[in-house]
Unconditional design. Structure first.
Length: 241
C-alpha cells in the first residue's frame, strides 16, 4: 500500500544544482543518489539508502507471529541488518518534496539531511477542511470515506459509504462542523497508465500524506501519484490551478 508524505519549500536551486548537491553524498551508514527524472522535466528522482535493524524492518511488514519466525531465521544466519531504500521526488514546479513512506523518525532524518545539503527548509503540507472539500468536489468520481475531528465529544468520527458526497448525514456534518473534515478517501478523477480506476486514494490533511489502496498496482504508481500531488499543490496555492 504506497504511502507518500508531502513537504513544500519556497525556493530551491535548479535541477542540475540539486542533483550535484545530493548525488553520491554519504552520512555515516546512509547515502543518497539523485538524478533528473526520465519522465518529467521538472522532477528529480532521489534514492535514500540506509541500514536498518532487521527486526524493525520485518515487524513493519509481517504479523507478529510471522515476524518472529522470520527474524529468528535471519539472525540465526547472521543477518542483523537490512539495506533499505526510500524513494523521494523533488518537483520544482509544484514546489514539493515527496518521501515514499509515512511521517516518522526516518522521514524526519531524510528531510533533515536534504535541508542541510540544499540549505533550504521543507515544511510538511497541511490541508484545511475547505481544501479537502475542493479536492473531492473537483477531482473525484466518488467519495468513499471521510474522517471528522472533534465531533460531539468524539476525537474522531468516520463515515463510510458509496457516493458520500450525496449522503445526508455527511452533508449535515459539513454544515455543523465545516472546519472539522480532516481525512478523505475517494476514487480520483485522473489518468491511469492502464485506464483502470478501481482503487481509492486517501488524503490526510493533518499529516500531509496520500495513501493508495492496497493491491491494485503491479508496478510503482508514479504516474498516478504525480497527478494527485499536482492536484494538492494547485489546491493549496503552490501553483496556478
Amino acid at each position: 500500500m504506497p504511502i507518500v508524505t508531502i513537504f513544500t519549500f519556497k525556493e530551491i536551486p535548479s535541477i542540475s544544482e540539486v542533483c550535484k548537491s545530493l548525488d553520491g553524498k554519504k552520512f555515516d551508514e546512509a547515502w543518497v543518489t539523485a538524478k533528473p527524472s526520465k519522465y518529467n522535466r521538472d522532477e528529480i528522482f532521489i534514492q535514500y539508502y540506509c541500514y536498518e535493524d532487521v527486526e524493525e524492518s520485518v515487524n513493519r511488514v509481517f504479523s507478529e507471529e510471522d515476524a518472529y519466525e522470520i527474524v529468528s531465521f535471519l539472525k540465526e544466519n547472521g543477518k542483523t541488518r537490512v539495506l533499505k531504500r526510500t524513494y523521494c521526488f523533488i518537483n520544482i514546479r509544484t514546489k514539493t518534496l515527496e518521501v515514499y513512506r509515512g511521517p516518522d523518525s526516518k522521514t524526519d532524518e531524510i528531510t533533515s539531511i536534504f535541508e542541510k545539503l540544499l540549505k533550504i527548509s521543507f515544511v510538511p503540507v497541511k490541508l484545511k477542511s475547505g481544501e479537502l472539500q475542493k479536492i473531492y468536489s473537483h477531482h473525484s468520481v466518488e467519495l468513499k470515506q471521510v474522517m471528522f475531528k472533534n465531533i460531539e465529544g468524539l476525537i474522531y468520527d468516520i463515515l463510510r459509504g458509496n457516493y458520500l458526497e450525496n449522503n445526508g448525514k455527511f452533508k449535515d456534518y459539513l454544515k455543523k462542523f465545516p472546519e472539522c473534515l480532516r481525512v478523505i478517501s475517494f476514487k480520483p478523477k485522473i489518468k491511469f497508465l492502464n485506464n483502470y480506476n478501481r482503487y481509492q486514494v486517501t488524503i490526510n490533511g493533518d499529516k500531509g500524506t496520500i495513501r493508495l489502496s492496497k493491491g491494485m498496482f503491479s508496478w510503482r504508481p508514479r504516474y498516478e501519484i504525480r497527478q494527485i500531488v499536482f492536484i494538492i499543490a494547485a489546491t493549496i496555492g503552490l501553483i496556478a490551478s
